[in-house]
Design a protein around this ligand. Sequence first.
Ligand SMILES: [Zn+2]
Length: 273
Amino acid sequence: MRKIDLELSELKFTASVYANTPAILDHIKVSGTLPDRWTYQQKLASARSLLAERGQKPVLNPDENLVLDTILHERRLPAGAIIPERESASYTLDKPVHFSLIDTHRRAYPKNIVMEKSEIPVVAETVRRILSLHRKGEMIDPWLEFPQHMCSFSFHKKGSRNKKLGVPVGALMVLWHQDDRFTLRCPRCGQKAYGIAFGGLLSVGGIFFVCVGCNTCWFHQLGGLGKMVGILKNSPLNQTRFRPRGCGYGGGYGSDGTTLLKILGITELAERV
Ligand SMILES: [Zn+2]
């Protein structure tokens, strides 16, 4: 697959064409991912009419932002890039491409991502220490609950009386290492961010991320709870003993993570916050 450089505005225009092509938009809404390949049997939405109606730099609606978000995450364009040129022409690279953004990652991040100003050092430090132990090959009980109260999904350890555990470390490790929808570049500092809770309501839902570089936490909007159920159903997590066993609207299943924090030696930090 060839690689091209794109401006963010060109990528936004491409996203608007993709979003107006029902087969692409539906695929993203159902699976959370771009189609693997575009067969060209179905026609792309007309770039020229979109250009005439909305110009070279369209303001994206929520569906188009969702497509842009997915494109930025996967860094590829299965139906090529659609680049507007002057007033009436458009040029389609009709072969799948990977792209690099000419703009910086900060400007590249789509607007529908809600950044919270709050920084939660305990949560970020917990992620850092879990990953550090993993790199050293040291094991901790994977059923220990992570400190969070935002997850709509519950977990169950076989034989345990508690059938509604908050998200355990073992589940997060599977998601962080095997499902690239649960790791992102932080839009603030560019370091890696990790999903620590996920879920939602009827039309609002997504993943809570924390950055291990600058401690920033934010909510990454993807769709309603139904969308999140679909994402988890086709995640490698679903093939493991850590698969979710229950779910409910809103955040419901959580833990202070007291045992985990103690084992990781960060209780003092937790008390200071
Ligand atoms: Zn950061």
